[in-house]
Design a protein around this ligand. Structure first.
Ligand code: 5AD
Ligand code: SF4
Length: 439
């Protein structure tokens, strides 16, 4: 038996891809391991979204090189994911320890690449976009799925926000066929999944075509998956405000298994920054959208991504972002300093913002977001909420699960309750989670 260590950076889609790569290499005799030290093969599944993410990859490759040198080269090293896609040949040149580079749409070719490498022949970089091919070529998974499982339904992005590398690293939008997705959801539930998280770079732009040539929306797909008895909860991420269709908004009110939590990135609250970013909507249109979704599902909680210090962002623009945050009232958010990415239009903009200004703005924004998050958590204390238990918690007696609003909750309860939903009385707030007891 050979051992495979996969290190995953970045988004949930990479986590899904890492699991599929493990499934793909299992028939070649590779079993997973938790450390690179005892691995025969290392895969770094990389992220390219911000400069920091890329720096992390190269520094990890430095460590891997030492490990490989210490073993006279007996370690197979592959770089997968979005940095592989964006910097293929450069990685081989900069990091000689790397044997193979494979982009996010080509990793189904890993077995043949490994075989070719063993023969000392063939290309070491695969970075095409044969999107139709990949999902057909991947094997049926047989391993345990975990209580909450990711399922990629859509990949790529056609929006071309001016700051973002995704349209270049993940390619054009492509939706999987609904039958294939429903079969995978059934397989996941048969292997223990009770929550399915539908993934896509632009998941609500999902438009799958079935065998009869009929086009499906994300709302229709969610309704079909809700029909699988053992699937108890459904979530989806990440969505674009422009693609929030009426049927999807309605689904939040109609489909009980669809959880009342929505990640709906807005990036900025300033109309001029939104226009410069090519987001294709105004701040007020976003506010109206939030109001319509709340009408459909009054208890829904929202999260978002924000970028501060986009080129040209003025103090007034930043103030507009703070105002939007106050108006919406988020449960939790991600916020970032703008990072200029090679090849994107915004990187060439003249009015780049000083690092010190970006840091100061991020600080102010994060304080506001944190105060909203704390308030949302505190509001849960004293309530009884349905918790889906996912895994063992701290100590031998605790298990941990999530509320409908995605908050982790630690509870003293038997391990046999993992995979079930039970009402929990929320009693206290700890550093990053809630504490409660079975109701
Ligand atoms: N700089 C900073 N943040 C970025 N994001 C995407 N591109 C950049 C960039 N160049 C953020 C956006 C997106 C999230 C996944 O990452 O907020 O929603
Ligand atoms: Fe990037 Fe915009 Fe596409 Fe999201 S919608 S992946 S931010 S280009």
């Amino acid at each position: 038996m050979k051992k495979l260590f996969i290190k995953t950076y970045g988004c949930q889609m990479n986590a899904y891809d890492s699991a599929r790569m493990a499934d793909l290499l299992a028939p070649l005799g590779y079993a997973g391991t938790e450390t690179p030290e005892d691995a025969d093969m290392v895969i770094l599944n990389t992220c390219h979204i911000r400069e920091r993410a890329v720096e992390k990859v190269y520094s990890e490759l430095g460590r891997i090189r030492k490990l490989k040198d210490g073993r006279d080269g007996r370690l197979l090293v592959a770089v997968a994911g979005c940095t592989a896609q964006a910097e293929g040949e450069e990685i081989i040149a900069r990091a000689p320890a790397v044997d193979l580079v494979v982009g996010p749409q080509s990793y189904h070719r890993l077995p043949e690449m490994i075989a070719r490498l063993a023969r000392g022949a063939g290309e070491r970089v695969e970075a095409d976009f044969p999107a139709l091919e990949k999902f057909d070529a991947l094997p049926q998974a047989v391993s345990d799925a975990g209580v909450s499982a990711f399922l990629t339904v859509q990949e790529g992005c056609d929006k071309f926000c001016t700051f973002c590398v995704v349209p270049y690293t993940r390619g054009p939008e492509h939706s999987r066929a609904p039958e294939q997705i429903i079969a995978e959801a059934r397989s996941l539930s048969a292997r223990g999944a009770r929550e399915i998280v539908l993934l896509g770079q632009n998941v609500n732009a999902y438009r799958g075509t079935d065998a009869n040539g009929k086009s499906w929306s994300l709302a229709q797909l969610i309704a079909a998956i809700a029909g699988i008895e053992d699937v108890l909860r459904i979530r989806y991420t990440t969505s674009h405000p422009r693609d929030m269709g009426d049927d999807l908004i309605k689904a939040h009110g109609d489909i009980e298994k669809l959880m009342p939590f929505l990640h709906l990135p807005v990036q900025s609250g300033s109309d001029s920054v939104l226009a410069a970013m090519n987001r294709q909507h105004t701040a007020d249109q976003y506010r109206e959208l939030i109001a319509r979704i709340r009408e459909s599902r009054p208890d829904i909680a929202f999260s978002s991504d924000f970028i501060v210090g986009y080129p040209g962002e003025s103090d007034a623009d930043f103030e507009a972002t703070l105002q939007l945050v106050r108006d919406v009232d988020y449960a939790q958010c991600f916020s970032f300093k703008y990072s200029a990415r090679p090849g994107t239009p915004a990187a060439a903009a003249k009015k780049q913002i000083a690092e010190s200004v970006k840091s100061a703005r991020l600080d102010v924004l994060q304080k506001l977001l944190l105060s909203q998050q704390d308030a949302a958590n505190e509001a849960a204390i004293g309530k009884t909420l349905d918790v889906l238990f996912e895994k063992p918690g701290r100590g031998a007696t605790q298990i941990v699960g999530r509320t409908p609003h995605l908050n982790p909750v630690h509870v003293v309860a038997p391990q046999s309750m993992i995979g079930t939903i039970h009402p929990v009385r929320i009693e206290a707030l700890t550093a990053n989670s809630l504490k409660g007891s079975l109701a």
